[in-house]
Design a protein around this ligand. Structure first.
Ligand code: ATR
Length: 280
């Protein structure tokens, strides 16, 4: 999606994937900086490790406790720190000092996707969230920060859902959070478990305890397959549905804007993702 976006904007940039052993992460970040990379994306398990490996943390990385995007920056003759990429035009002279800044675009990817794909704006909605792993925790905290009306958390290992609930009560005391099934209808059901990745997986919830028609909309963070068994069942029950492609897209679009300082060509990026992931 990034290469398609660079091409659409006529930028002579390219996005490459590198497999880095966690024990070499610091050297890899420093190496990328030494080679004048504009920035990096990081994925599991590097997102947490990188917190201690960048020179500055943006508020997004501090808030969510993880770094998925790094921008390399230079200090111009006027003392202002700017993305390294903006020195290309020569207007700011040559950087005198260099640094790396860590950001997190995952949380924003979630809310942008829910708005764009389901028309759900989070404030005031009742949400039932399945899963309390890495993705579940990030989604739960983002929902709470957006002041949902009520949050229900369900996880196979209940203690992990309890831990997240405790963190929400501490950080966002105005948001009522319950571990377990909701007693009535909700606006939004979200799957953040890994159940649904395989066609043999069972549903991530007991539909005898929560009939899917009780949810107005259903979002599955999984994007491959495009329609998990949960999304198919939700659609059959009359829910509006969307998969997690939008989360992937929007964390990328936000990263693109951080590196380039230009609005991301979101439609181009979505088309590139769909072509690469679904082949059409
Ligand atoms: P991710 O980073 O994608 O969130 P993760 O941290 O490994 O991955 O979390 C996986 C989530 O899927 C967890 O909520 C996990 O439940 P547990 O916390 O009980 O492990 C859930 N999950 C995975 N396999 C599951 C299964 N067979 N049944 C129910 N939940 C499952």
């Amino acid at each position: 999606m990034h290469n398609a976006a660079f091409a659409a904007l006529g930028l002579d940039w390219c996005y490459l994937a590198f497999e880095v052993d966690p024990q070499n992460l610091r050297a890899a970040i420093q190496g990328a900086q030494a080679m004048n990379f504009a920035g990096l994306n990081l994925t599991v398990p590097h997102k947490l490790l990188a917190l201690d490996m960048v020179d500055v943390l943006d508020e997004s990385a501090r808030t969510w406790g993880a770094v998925n995007t790094i921008r390399f920056e230079g200090q111009g003759i006027d003392g202002v720190w700017l993305p390294l990429a903006s020195f290309d035009q020569g207007a700011h002279g040559r950087p005198t000092r260099f640094r790396s800044q860590g950001f997190n675009t995952d949380a924003e990817g979630i809310s942008r996707s829910l708005i764009e794909d389901l028309g759900v704006s989070l404030a005031g909605t009742r949400v039932f969230l399945l899963g309390a792993g890495g993705a579940g925790r990030a989604i739960a905290l983002k929902l709470a920060s957006e002041r949902v009306a009520e949050l229900f958390l369900l996880n196979r290992t209940a203690s992990k859902a309890e831990e997240i609930a405790a963190e929400i009560r501490l950080r966002f005391p105005g948001v009522p959070v319950t571990v377990g099934y909701p007693s009535g209808p909700v606006d939004l059901l979200i799957n953040a478990t890994s159940l649904g990745l395989k066609s043999s997986d069972e549903l991530p919830l007991d539909v005898a305890r929560f009939p899917l028609r009780q949810a107005r909309a259903c979002y599955d963070a999984i994007y491959r397959p495009a329609a998990t068994a949960l999304l198919q069942a939700a659609q059959a029950a009359g829910c509006q549905t969307a998969n997690g492609l939008g989360m992937l897209l929007h964390q990328g679009a936000k990263a693109f804007e951080i590196w380039t300082g230009r609005p991301a060509p979101v439609a181009v990026m979505r088309r590139a993702l769909e072509q690469n992931i679904y082949g059409h």
